[in-house]
Design a protein around this ligand. Structure first.
Ligand SMILES: NC(=O)c1ccc[n+]([C@@H]2O[C@H](COP(=O)([O-])OP(=O)(O)OC[C@H]3O[C@@H](n4cnc5c(N)ncnc54)[C@H](O)[C@@H]3O)[C@@H](O)[C@H]2O)c1
Ligand SMILES: O=c1ccn([C@@H]2O[C@H](COP(=O)(O)OP(=O)(O)O[C@H]3O[C@H](CO)[C@@H](O)[C@H](O)[C@H]3O)[C@@H](O)[C@H]2O)c(=O)[nH]1
Length: 477
């Protein structure tokens, strides 16, 4: 028997966060005939989605929300009604790293996920309408999670046909709207049964309304779940690889940008994700690699687990190395020195600070008793308190203007690659700073030669400091 699904299918999503919000907004824009409802337990978040001050910053998001909201896009806390009336139910709730118990520090915490599954099962069970449902894992989950979802549904919900699919999300923050408009691929995994294949077709057809058919990939469930963890592991591995080479560049006179370019033009390697940095951040890379590491250990593959774990080890080292280099360069002490931190978000074009390397660097410098003055164009004041703690914040200045943050500083650290930092008036900044004036470029976005000419002592990731200072440009190992 193959299932016949409602056409067009009504869609809802549990979780109105960085993924649920933008993903469903774009789906509603591209499929005006489909009613899309985004639900959340958090009333403030839903109120914000229904206002002009959206709960997340993402370039282009506001315009798309305004176009579709109230037409076929709705934000609501009425989760039960949404589950009851919809055919396709996306689940996009957090799956953070477990903090305690078995697998603490590595395994994914599936508490939110299971609560959502139980809620769907309970509503379907109580509902008189037994229309078939497609439940879609949008959250990033360990391989085999769909089995758990199916078990919860089978045990707690009688009389409803349901299929569980995996449709991992590959958007990156800061470019989410572009990524969703033109994805490299959409991945839909499901059971390879007639019912499962019918559900895969139903969901794939929604995406095919704006994504070319050849980019809508269909697989079995476990391939889809594992592909998400693997994609993030490979991307993060490239960053850790180039960051490891950045350390070698600094001591040999090689330049990490030149090395990255020289290897990236090899079409077998490719140019993307080769920017050396103060370390990668964001809510996904570390969590998903740890999740992969835990899975490998659970399946008796310690060598594979250790291999991927090194990506995290290298990233932690890179963050520490940056803070240590600052202290070492500034005559082995930053105690009492004012340091301007430019950028606190984990990357440009987002206000998200989850796992931002800025948190580690600020904590390390605070421990050395530096006086920090932080500027970021998008991070909210409350977020600094959450990330750095109330006690530390008593000694930290948050500025609304980068020139104010830099005035009187002994050093500047560029932690986030915001475009605005490239065009600041560094002569004016230099004039306002204590001397010698240091600048630490954790993103290689500044013109180091020009800064040296102004008089700054420049330290940049993967660049030999002597080379930066040498206006002739000849490397001096
Ligand atoms: N942030 C990203 O760029 C990104 C990209 C791809 C995949 N992911 C994955 O997507 C998932 C969600 O990530 P996020 O960044 O959107 O998280 P988020 O914290 O921004 O949003 C999750 C939302 O789910 C809500 N929620 C929790 N339980 C709920 C329930 N039972 N019913 C309704 N709402 C509920 C929370 O209140 C929260 O608002 C994670 O598994 C993450 O790994 C994230
Ligand atoms: O060459 C590079 C590229 C990125 N980064 C850093 O790596 C982190 C992650 O960046 P990015 O991947 O662009 O952002 P995310 O929003 O974390 O997106 C990743 O994580 C998402 C959640 O799983 C996936 O959906 C995306 O495909 C994947 O790119 C940031 O701190 C970046 O500054 C570098 O240091 N060097």
């Amino acid at each position: 028997m193959t299932l016949k699904y409602e056409d067009p299918p009504k869609i809802c999503c549990l979780g109105a966060g960085y993924v649920g919000g933008p993903t469903m907004t774009v789906m509603a824009k591209k499929c005006p005939e489909i009613k899309v409802t985004v639900c959340d337990l958090n009333e403030r978040r839903i109120a914000a989605w229904n206002s002009s001050a959206l709960p997340i910053y993402e370039p282009g998001l506001q315009e798309v929300v305004e176009e579709a909201r109230g037409r076929n896009l709705f934000f609501s806390t009425d989760i039960e009604s949404a589950i009851r009336e919809c055919t396709i139910i996306f689940v996009s709730v957090p799956t953070p790293t477990k903090k305690s118990g078995i697998g603490a520090g590595e395994a994914a915490d599936l508490t939110y996920w299971e609560l959502a599954a139980r809620q769907i099962a309970a509503v379907c069970n109580a509902s008189e309408n037994k229309m078939p449902k497609i439940i879609v894992e949008k959250s990033t989950v360990p391989v085999k999670t769909a089995d758990a979802m199916a078990a919860v549904m089978a045990a707690a919900c009688k009389g409803t046909d349901f299929q569980v699919l995996s449709n991992p999300e590959f958007l990156a923050e800061g470019t989410a709207i572009d990524d969703l408009f033109k994805p490299d691929r959409v991945l839909v995994g499901g059971p390879q049964t007639p019912q499962g294949l019918a559900a895969i077709e139903c969901l794939a057809n929604v995406y095919r309304k704006w994504v070319p058919t050849e980019r809508v990939l269909t697989t079995n469930l476990w391939s889809a779940e594992l592909s998400k963890l693997t994609a993030n592991a490979f991307l993060a591995q490239r960053i850790s690889s180039i960051n490891s080479i950045s350390a070698l560049c600094e001591v040999t006179g090689a330049d990490v940008s030149e090395v990255g370019h020289a290897i990236g033009v090899d079409s077998r390697i490719g140019p993307k994700f080769f920017k050396a940095s103060v370390g990668f951040g964001g809510s996904c890379f570390q969590k998903d690699i740890l999740n992969l590491v835990y899975l490998c250990r659970s399946f008796g593959l310690p060598e594979v687990a250790e291999y991927w774990h090194q990506v995290i080890v290298m990233n932690d080292w890179q963050k520490r190395r940056f803070a240590n280099a600052m202290v070492a360069t500034m005559f082995n002490t930053v105690s009492g020195k004012r340091i301007a931190i430019l950028g606190f978000a984990f990357k440009k074009d987002t206000g998200d600070t989850r796992e931002s390397p800025a948190i580690d660097v600020c904590k390390a410098l605070s421990e050395e008793r530096a006086k920090l003055a932080i500027y970021d164009p998008k991070v909210s004041r409350e977020q600094y308190y959450e990330d750095l703690g109330k006690e530390a914040m008593e000694k930290i200045e948050i500025d609304e203007d980068p020139y104010v943050a830099c005035a009187g500083a002994h050093a500047i650290a560029v932690i986030t690659e915001w475009d605005v930092f490239k065009t600041l008036d560094y002569q004016k900044i230099f004039n306002s700073m204590s001397k010698p004036a240091f600048i630490f470029d954790g993103r290689n976005i500044l013109d180091h030669r020009k800064l040296s000419e102004i008089g700054f002592t420049v330290w940049a990731v993967g660049k030999c400091m002597k080379k930066v200072l040498d206006t002739e440009g000849s490397p001096s190992p």
